[in-house]
Ligand binder design. Structure first.
Ligand code: FES
Length: 104
């Protein structure tokens, strides 16, 4: 397990996302109304750059820019086709004002 610095809390305001890299894995870290969630930046449908697509902050949904699948950022669950499998999620925590994500 690796604990990765994302950014200071003030650099990730509500309804924003920041993508960080851990080796070959890219992770999108989201602020949803003050709660933080992390989702692998790889769509379960066809490996699209999921977290680079739109973020529906009202619903907490990432919209894949490749074919439009909706993924719940809290659970990684696929909500719409063409994705059916969940996307990996990662624990997020804040320590001393710094957002950190635990990546396997
Ligand atoms: S790669 Fe994301 S919907 Fe196809």
């Amino acid at each position: 397990m690796a604990l990765l610095d994302v950014c200071p809390v003030e650099e990730l305001p509500p309804c924003s996302v920041k993508i960080v890299y851990a080796g070959s894995i890219a992770v999108g870290v989201y602020n949803l109304g003050g709660a933080y969630f992390a989702l692998e930046d790889r769509c379960s449908h066809d490996d699209g750059p999921l977290c680079e697509g739109d973020f529906d902050c009202d619903e907490g949904v990432a919209i894949c820019p490749r074919h439009g699948a909706n993924i719940d950022i809290r659970s990684g669950r696929a909500l719409t086709l063409p994705a059916v499998q969940p996307v990996d999620t990662f624990p997020v925590r804040v320590e001393d004002g710094m957002i950190k994500v635990e990546v396997l």
